[in-house]
Ligand binder design. Structure first.
Ligand code: UDP
Length: 356
């Protein structure tokens, strides 16, 4: 991997949703790379502890605005206090697939409205460089694997996925209208793990929807057993295959994207898309076995029915990110699971109760 550009003068980057799971890890990597992250987060799905965790890693508590980025007046206030913001990383969004099916209005309202507000904010304040937090869910059920950025966007499996597709189309239309923006949309595969320091990690509220936090909570005895959602898919062992990526690698992809945007001298508005995955798929059963290996525990699990909306198999072709961003995943699956497990084991000591 090419060395990341470290700026002499600390460039200020606004990070919406910077107290969330991917957001907090990105704030850490931004600070380590010599940027000055400014967080705006409404803490609707994040724990205030996160700021202490970040401070333990980077040595100071990042400037944080406890506000909703959909509120333009609030954003104006930030602009008044910081007239030198050079880029935006936009994470703030609801992300639960199942909830989005039950409450589409909540998802469309929040996820689309926030895109509009932050874009207005950027245009008003001359901020061109934007990294948009997208997802491999925009591909729907892909025809070809590994999936590359050239694949067409098929029907999304959920309202959540659709808000990410619409988010990309929204930025594309702004570019077509020649709004002065330079956008990189990062299509994440499945983020897992935690910062190697175990000071920050994933803090799911209630019963985890995602596989890895469910596994670690089961390993910790907080859940009785894991249900594997279906073993009759046309995949090598019948269970679904995903491309699991260490959250710190994913965070690094944002630094690479920002560095590209900030060093781009051209003034032509544009948007580019990048897959952020490892390029390797693992089945649910493989993940269980890998977890058992790193934790030394056997994980109680049963096979249950399929979960609605799951695609059988998806993994990334991440070669464009390597070629154009100089980024690739560095951690392997065992390291990612071991960091997730270390973090889970720290939670009681940090007094971070997992509810639900
Ligand atoms: N999964 C499972 N049991 C669980 C949670 C997830 O078998 O309790 C499976 C799910 O069906 C999918 C994979 O694990 O095949 C990854 O699911 P996750 O929700 O973590 O991510 P997704 O790919 O759906 O965004």
């Amino acid at each position: 991997m090419e060395p990341l550009k470290v700026h002499k003068q600390k460039l200020k980057i606004l990070v919406t949703g910077g107290a969330g799971y991917i957001g907090s890890h990105t704030v850490v990597e931004l600070a380590k790379a010599g940027f000055e992250p400014v967080i705006v987060d409404d803490f609707s799905n994040s724990h205030p502890y996160v700021l202490q965790g970040i401070e333990k890693i980077i040595g100071y508590e990042p400037i944080t605005y406890h506000m909703n980025c959909r509120n333009l007046d609030d954003l104006d206030q930030i602009a008044k206090e910081h007239d030198d913001i050079k880029g935006l990383v936009h994470f703030a969004a609801y992300k639960l697939v199942g909830e989005s099916v039950k409450e589409p209005i909540k998802y469309y309202e929040n996820n689309l409205d926030s895109n509009i507000s932050v874009t207005k904010f950027c245009l008003k304040n001359g901020i061109r460089s934007v990294v948009f937090s997208s997802s491999c869910t925009v591909y729907g059920l892909p025809d070809k694997l590994p999936v590359s950025e050239a694949a067409p966007l098929k029907e999304a499996e959920s309202p959540y996925g659709r808000t990410k597709q619409i988010g990309e189309y929204f930025f594309e239309d702004c570019i077509k209208a020649l709004h002065p923006l330079n956008v990189i949309s990062l299509r994440y595969f499945n983020p897992i793990g935690a910062d190697p320091s175990s000071e920050i990690g994933e803090l799911p509220i209630g019963i985890p929807n995602n596989l890895v936090p469910y596994i670690t909570q089961t390993g910790a005895g907080l859940r009785e057993l894991l249900t594997v959602f279906g073993d009759d898919y046309s995949t090598p062992d019948g269970t679904c295959v995903r491309d699991y990526i260490h959250v710190s690698d994913l965070a690094q992809a944002h630094i690479a994207a920002l560095s590209k945007l900030l060093s781009d001298q051209s003034t032509e508005p544009k948007i580019e898309y990048f897959n952020i995955g490892t390029g390797r798929g693992y089945s649910v059963l493989e993940i269980i076995r890998a977890f058992e290996k790193v934790s030394g525990k056997s994980l109680p699990h049963v096979i249950g029915p399929r979960r609605k909306g799951d695609v059988p198999m998806i993994y990334a072709d991440p070669s464009k990110a390597l070629k154009d961003l100089g980024w690739r995943a560095e951690y392997n699956i065992e390291e990612a699971l071991s960091h997730a497990w270390k973090w889970e084991q720290r939670l009681p000591e940090l007094n971070l109760k997992q509810t639900g």
